[in-house]
Write a protein that binds this ligand. Sequence first.
Ligand code: GAL
Length: 696
Amino acid sequence: METNRTRHLDLEGWRNSFSISDVRDRKEPKTEALQAMNTASFPLDSEQIHVQVTGKQTVITLPLEREEGLYGLGLQLLKLNHRGRTRYLRVNSDPKQDTGETHAPVPFYVSSRGYGVMVNTSRIVSIYCGSAVRLYSGLSGEAKDRNADRSWKATPVSDTVEIVIDEPGVELYLFGGPTTLDVVRRYNLFHGGGVLPPKWGLGFWHRVPKAYTAEQVMDEAMSFREKEFPCDVIGLEPGWHSKSYPVTYEWNRERFPEPESFVKGMAEQGFQINLWEHPYVSPDAAIYEPLVPLSGSHTVWHGLVPDYTLEEAREIYMKQHGTEHVDIGVSGYKLDECDGSELTRNSWIYPAHAKFPSGADGEQMRQLYGLMIQKMTDDVYRSKNRRTYGLARASSAAASSLPYVLYSDLYDHRQFVRGMCSSSFSGLLWTPEVRKARNAEDWVRRMQVVCFSPLAMVNAWADGTKPWSYPEVEAIVKKYITLRMRLIPYLYSAFARYCFEGIPPIRSMQLEAGSSVEAAGQEHALDSTDFAYGGVSDTDVDDQFMVGDSLLVAPLFEGESERNVYLPSGVWYDFETGERLEGGRTIRVSAGLERIPVFVKNGAIIPMMPVMQHAPKAGEAVALELHHYGNAPGRFELFDDDGVSFAYESGEYRWITLEVQAGADGMLTGSVSDAGEDWSSAYSTLDWVFHHQSEK
Ligand code: GAL
């Protein structure tokens, strides 16, 4: 594709039978939205891009400046800035080491200089992010004496990024800026824009323990209503299938004698049902036999691994899911274990040399399996004009428009917060799900964070926890789940901008205007407790993030009562105390357990709905409070549609403009644009609430 924003490099000898864009059906770019952005020039000097194809391998060399930071590469829990590191982008279900391996490796990086590079392949990609130094580079002559020179570094500065793929040629995409957010927007829009979840997806989720019966599920769900803890989605874990590991996709009739009335009964109480599954098909499944000739050479837990690059295989899966789950009202899936990898704690996956009927091998299949299954399930819901929202444990590039949020079995809280930042560079969503806690403090800190994430959930599959599991902090947890619910109109509008404009709803500070949180190298003193090459410093801000355009969330972790917070330039207010703070600097904040530090931009308008036990249904209009903060004028685009169907794709939506203006006397007044007489809005009365109005 050749536009003024993206330039397609056709590499000689290119032959690519199976790639990311094939799985995504070459999803249509959002061309109009791309054209509405500023024009970007080709971001690099093409003379400095070199491609070498030797046998089956392609090496691409791109220029890199000394101070450049490199972000992205998928969900990265261990590092945000990859500068100076070698990244091996392999799918890994247990990504504990800092190698670049992850549940969702994305061969796309974003430079702090405002451009992005994506490789379109189904192969594992290695990227030397300024960690390989060529003999005749512009930096030769920088050798240092480690004994005498404290600025010696284990990884010398390199002036190149090198990308290595085991394919004889590959498709490479470059995305222009000028800002890092522009790069991410172009990348997302090029892949069809971001996902717009159904409104209920932004409510609270609870996954019940494995092997629960219909009755137990209903009882647990009703305890949310009794205790007035909002909840929209109940997730079923292994046990709802007639057999699991491998799975049948058929209901277990002992635990769920009448699946249809179970799902309906739950819906009547305002609960959506989400079903756990993995991709390995049990010999007891009705779809097993027809899938045998369409499956790979190896099994997982003795289950088939279907080749979903084949339409015939996709049809079998989609038909079964459509009739047995989607048609009876199931709202979506948790797509587990599509991220298997060798060389982890347990070896359960098919090998890289496995063969599939389409000609693909195990490596290619593993790299893109998560993407394929996300796409198939999305297609089922699309065909029924219903939006879904669910969980997936693997993903890849070109995933921004898919209705899935990533999760992990890992559980380090700081890493979980870093995931909120790293995922935003690659068109991915991530949930720092809460399962259990070391103590009440850990529980609260985790619950506070998850309530500001793309999917707010307790996953009690193994531990049987409930939001109120720690009675001493029950009120605080309720406060944050309630706030989450009240923020749905704000969050939903942020997602609509993700969909239409490619702006990630939750994002890293490095994507924020007025931010100068660039990578800064540090001298490293040698220390025998370290090792002979010293440590790599990382001064990037990776423990705070933006939610929408106006809220900055800076979590505290167990054992902490204060922390540094980087505030981008401008005036900010503490969301709870109302304290006015000057930005463009790092401040020190302290907060007790009852509070997660959240800051709101001067002039921000935050639309909030009343506390409801579940998200409003289609056709149900809710009254909004429009909260304005500070003394600056402000504007907010409120997205208004039915909240559940794809009607918005054919123009059935409105943007309602909320505006606050300051009169000559400094008095603030709010106005709301008219959605039109013929429009039946999801919002009824809109009342203004002004905060800090007196400060002029
Ligand atoms: C894991 C998954 C957990 C839970 C469990 C059930 O693979 O990450 O969240 O669903 O399977 O067996």
